[in-house]
Write a protein that binds this ligand. Sequence first.
Ligand SMILES: [Zn+2]
Length: 385
Amino acid sequence: MSLPETLDMVRQLVAEPSVSSPDASRDQSNRRVVERLAEWAESAGFRAEVVPLREDPSKANLVATLGEGEGGLILSGHTDTVPTDPEGWASDPWTLTEREDGVFHGLGSADMKGFFAAALTAASRFRAGELKAPLTLIGTADEESTMNGARQLLADGSPRATMAIIGEPTGLVPVRMHKGILMHRVLVEGRAGHSSDPALGLNAIDGMAAVIAELQAFRADLAEELRIEDFHVPHATLNLGRIEGGDSPNRICGSCAMTYDMRLLPGMVPGEIRTQLEARLRSRLDPRYRLVLEELVESVPPFAIERDAAAVRLLEELTGQEPRSVMFCTEAAFFQQLGAQTVVCGPGSIEVAHQPNEHVPHDQLVSGTDIYAKAIHAVCVEGRA
Ligand SMILES: [Zn+2]
């Protein structure tokens, strides 16, 4: 089998649904996308492996390697998409459709099935024998829901490389920073009773009021503690998202729960932030209440790489674009923890991702292919790093 043409690969990948969602009724396997990628990678000379996720073997990562040895370059993307409602679309989400001149619509076209087509086309310009260091193509499962694909790579300590490019849609601008995410549910339990006598119970809404006051104080402290002006919102944020408690005005509320989301700056460690925050909530709240703090989803670590790192300078040179920060999250920190200098740079725009009529311009796929080919040449052939 020979490698299909770039747009044909995007078409075939878009046609294979691979939704990942915390909502089990919408969640799907990504196996067919990963298997297709594995076949194509093999036809381009890679050794390809489909690695099932231990937590859910209906999901799998792709790990494909061209060439041998240490170091080298990782090109990585996620193989899943968000769920979508076809009703909002002007064309079928799973049929790649050229709706404007050179602009192709389809679910995952930008986020990020187009990336794989560009990366494979770029890789097919090289033969294993000419690479002094390996090229690794990674396709992860479940980025849009749990990031369990990338978490498993990190747990297994592989792949390792000198450099990694995550092809999330950045309009081919190199991205060297994003925030991390922490989502908690906090539960305050008191004791229900008749409203006529406060001594008959312990009001959980009163308890939650203290928790909210402490969360607001913590938020203000975090915002003061660290600012990074490269971000559109230059400080950490904490959003109170949903609150639920009580049933009736004449009953003392026995239990109250709230969810919130925090966006952390690079340098803030999700586990440490949680520990600090929990200690403050416990010291603020009357100890007669029971307080339970749990993670709604596993946290995503923030990501940053130095402005003058070799990988940043290489991508700056290849794209002709100044490195930036973005407001969305990626798997970049996992690859960084595996030891690779990591930059996010891929075709298409994040503004159209997670939306009906998601699309990718053909010229971005062509330029992306070119940038990836030059990066492969620089890192794997010339040994630049
Ligand atoms: Zn994405």
